[in-house]
Design a protein around this ligand. Structure first.
Ligand SMILES: Cc1cc2nc3c(=O)[nH]c(=O)nc-3n(C[C@H](O)[C@H](O)[C@H](O)COP(=O)(O)OP(=O)(O)OC[C@H]3O[C@@H](n4cnc5c(N)ncnc54)[C@H](O)[C@@H]3O)c2cc1C
Length: 350
């Protein structure tokens, strides 16, 4: 998202940008996403949700997103919904194929299968693929984001933010095809008794609404895995436009492990989550969508060194940037869009 948005904005400003795309298609994880580009209602809400994040960058996203969404629509990106369906947030849902096509058209010169060379704007999508591999987790994102942007910037003296071990992701039933990354996400930890391989509850209290905290706790378990155990009442509960039963069926269809709770190799302790039998157990594994820590930038999307001085002629946007969502969850698409545009404006005026 960030690289294409930056190139589209740079071309609009009269530059002749080239997008070097390592993958064999454009759009990165944006193409695979739900396409909901959203913001918290206020900068204060954003900071309360992501307390370790940089307030100035969070404010930029909140203040500039609505104009950036109008700009996307102006480029011909098709909106499928004008609300997010979540009262905490404001945004629009785009058809991700149409969004990618519109941005590629506006960016102009997108070269596939060509890794970055001497970039002015880094937008390689963070290091989710590498983090997943190193920690033995699943990957729920494009497979090319290995941290190449970070490596390039570090070699030029860039500094990193806090939260380098944090990521946004989902618990998944199996290593599923990218076409079902959204549909197969097991987003009902709040309705389940969540236990490790020995039947112990490892997550204290209730997960946050995004369940990012539960996913990160699952990632810290052996094999990055856990069991969700649900009762008949939980199966009827609504999760967005579906029910927990629908999500369990999707897990089964995706090759996940779903079994009666009596067939678990350990005894379950009594829980207020397990009231109405029968009880079903679903195996879940933590999957990385994108990393949260990354390059330190200023409000002009300039990459900074450890003294806070800009690394010459180097901007960054998207998940290559850290310090926006630290400690919580926000819209990666929104930050990539807003900071991609700002990076382009900076690079062109420099
Ligand atoms: C299943 C799923 C659902 C999601 N749903 C949402 C949602 O509804 N709302 C939301 O806000 N976010 C969502 N996200 C997250 C969102 O997609 C990301 O936050 C966003 O795409 C990040 O933008 P980016 O530009 O940093 O990375 P990307 O969009 O992934 O783009 C990075 C690009 O860099 C390329 N690249 C990597 N290395 C190199 C290199 N060395 N040289 C050249 N190119 C390179 C990659 O191939 C990729 O094309 C979702 C993600 C997934 C996978």
């Amino acid at each position: 998202m960030a690289g294409l948005a930056a190139a589209a904005r740079a071309r609009e400003l009269g530059a002749e940008p080239v997008v070097h795309e390592k993958g064999d298609r454009a759009g990165g994880s944006m193409l695979l996403s739900s396409g909901v580009v959203w913001r918290h209602r206020t900068a204060e809400d954003f900071h309360a949700e992501c307390p370790g994040g940089d307030r100035a960058l969070q404010r930029l996203v909140v203040e500039q997103l609505d104009d950036a969404l109008d700009w996307l629509e102006g480029l011909g990106a098709p909106v499928t919904e004008r609300t997010t369906g979540n009262e905490r947030t404001v945004g629009r849902r785009f058809d991700t194929h149409g969004l990618t096509d519109a941005l590629v058209r506006a960016a102009g010169d997108v070269r596939l299968g060509t890794p970055l060379v001497a970039p002015g704007i880094l937008a390689t999508g963070g290091f989710g693929a590498r983090l997943a591999r190193e920690r033995g987790l699943l990957l729920r994102a494009n497979r090319w984001s290995e941290g190449d942007g970070l490596a390039y910037a570090l070699a030029r003296g860039a500094d990193l933010t806090a939260g380098m071990d944090e990521f946004y992701g989902r618990n998944m039933p199996a290593d599923v095809d990218e076409s079902v990354f959204v549909a197969a996400s097991q987003l009902y930890g709040a309705h389940a008794l969540v236990v490790d391989d020995e039947g112990r509850e490892f997550f204290p209290g209730e997960p946050s609404w995004s369940e990012t905290d539960l996913v990160q706790a699952t990632a810290r378990q052996p094999n990055g895995a856990a069991w969700y155990v649900v009762d008949a009442r939980a199966l009827r509960a609504a999760v967005r436009e579906r029910t927990v039963a629908d999500l369990v069926e999707t897990a089964r269809a995706a090759g996940g492990e779903v079994r009666p709770a009596e067939e678990l190799p350990f005894a379950l302790s009594a829980s207020p989550k397990l009231v109405e039998p029968p009880f079903l157990a679903i195996r879940v594994r933590a999957a990385v969508t994108h990393t949260t820590g990354g390059l330190r930038i200023d409000e002009r999307a300039r990459v900074l060194d450890a003294d806070g001085a800009p690394v010459p002629d180097l901007h960054a946007a998207g998940a290559d940037v850290g310090g926006i969502f630290t400690g919580g969850y926000g819209s990666g698409l929104a930050a990539a869009l807003v900071l991609g545009r700002i990076a382009a404006e900076g690079a062109v005026s420099d």
